[in-house]
Write a protein that binds this ligand. Sequence first.
Ligand code: ASN
Ligand code: ZN
Length: 315
Amino acid sequence: TADVTGTANTLYSGTQTIHSEQTGTNAYRLHDLSRGNGVITLRVGGDDFTSTSANWNLSLPDQNALDAHWGVEMTYDFYKEVFNRNSIDNNGYALYSYVNRKSILYRDNASWSGTAMNYGIRSGGSQKGVTGIDVTGHELTHGVTQYTSGLVYQNEPGAMNESMSDIMGKSVQFWAKPNDIDWRLSNDMNWFIRDMSNPNAYQQPDTYKGTYWVNGGSDNGGVHTNSGVGNFMYYLLVTGGSGTNDNGDAYNVQGIGIEKAEQIIYRTETAYLTSTSVYADWREASVNAATDLYGASSNEVAQVKNAWDAVGVYG
Ligand code: ASN
Ligand code: ZN
């Protein structure tokens, strides 16, 4: 068999270049043998998606596999090119995706199982997948977190785990699709579930223990709610912004841009955070990471502190 390059008619990202595996004359499957130990996209149960050409043209629901495959390829490339990380374990871990899961658990959802990615479909009968590139980046980042900080998926460390996935999910999107800058999660799917630039718009806090903050309870203690604090910190660090937080404290952050912000967050997660870190630890860890990268008296360190002050995580 051979690794081949061709095109794919994705649902959410137009025509993109993908790798697949030629298994015979006019026979191809969605196995990318060029990245790490592989990017492999399968039907539920493990059967292959197939094509008679290296240029893939599928219709719904199979078309969803092309978005997942391309999105994971781009997520792999983002981690490799931006952070020199070789897949989730930095050792080429094979990235398996299972597309079009029908169970109610996957309706309007996707997840990282601990070993693989699973993508459901939208409710309403459209057959469209939950396969936007910020989703693939989000789910694969759960794998990176598992192999690095190990943030437990409960309460504050869980909210930080979720925020890491949103942060890197959007960072992958902006890297792969630089004309698609939108801080709302799953915007490519025309379905808006969180907004990193305005967490309150989707009932998430923008201030530590502020409005919409939840203490314990469902969703592993509100991991998809309290992630708003880390998300808004990152948004401010990248783009800058000023305002008044829920504590009545005025803030003014000068954005440092996404290239520097993502390096700081990646180093924070891989060099400093532990499985039980809380938001106060994230602040200290990101100051340490920015100090390593840019120096203690750098503007980058000052803006990291300003961004955490903005969301009420004080030093
Ligand atoms: N989409 C959710 C997530 O990745 C699924 C889940 O919570 N298991 O966080
Ligand atoms: Zn998640």
